[in-house]
Design a protein around this ligand. Sequence first.
Ligand SMILES: Cc1ncc(COP(=O)(O)O)c(C=O)c1O
Length: 361
Amino acid sequence: MSGPIASQTVGPPVGARIRLSSNESPFGPSPAAIEAMQDTLSSSHRYPDDQSVALRTALAEHEEVALEQVAVANGSAALLMDLVPHLCAPGDEVLAYAHSFIVYRLGAKNAGATYVEVEDGGPARSGTDGYARDVDALLAAITDRTKLILIDNPGNPTGTHLTGEQLRDLVTRVPEHVTVTIDEAYHHFATGQRGYQPIRDLGSSHPRVLSLRTFSKAYALAGMRVGYVVGPADIVQPLDARRPRFNVTTAAQAAAAASLGDRDHLQRTIDGTLAGRDRMAAGLRELGVPFTDGLGNFLTIECGTPAGPVVEAYGQAGVGVRTLGPYGMGEQFRATIGTPDETEEFLRVSRDVLAEIPARA
Ligand SMILES: Cc1ncc(COP(=O)(O)O)c(C=O)c1O
């Protein structure tokens, strides 16, 4: 086989010293999670608890819902890949904003459903965030065939968000037969800022609202693969029945449950990420580079020129950042917030790499 293997094309550039390409936490998992994982290793000859009862019980308590309203899987992307075919037959429509998380499109394809995108406000300009989302535009795109609305809030790779007020307005006006899934992978980095509110805090009475969350971001367990969904039991239970059996390992279940209990580590991760995000944003402003000051653990930066060579130049300087071609964003790249040293190194390299780019809009 010639050319890079698939894992290289989605992972960081080979040889990158600093990996800011996959929106991972640079602060590592909770020590309690590491200990919990280690404690499971000697019983690895046993299958995991297929129902993840201990983890789901902890999650149900955490989310203040009944056990039947929580399902876990090996990553929230896996839940999405099951959710779309669960709710949509071929010809049904899945509705999402443009530049949403790529797995929505893949899930729709998996289901033979039609993926309908609602335009957003487009790229950032100097001093103005990009990719703003319009609630009326999304509502206007609902048809008789719409079965599922998927909203990443905050969005990846845009970082943009709907405020609690906008989300309440949206959910109140969506017809009751349409399922609304709010993908809150980055909610820890957004809550309480610029009007952002997680869906559970809005007290919506819509009967088909799901919230999707992951242990891959603020809990720093991306390699363990654990995500979960919370919603009405009559949607969550049949969705869970689609899941391949035993798909969340014993170590992953233990790590996730232990992470939930370590509020201090979580808070340190959030604080470190927000401080790094402020620092990265300030550094980019100093450079005069347009970017979206989003609420995730990353920033989305405008090149004003094809991003491929720019990202390659970062890679050559040892810093892995992510091109966004698959999202139809050819002139943008995404940089994850690193440790303080990593973020400084990113800014140092940016001074050289971005200075090479001709004047931007
Ligand atoms: C918006 C969004 N949703 C879901 C996921 C998937 O997370 P995981 O499958 O690791 O739980 C990601 C990962 O980057 C994401 O950005």
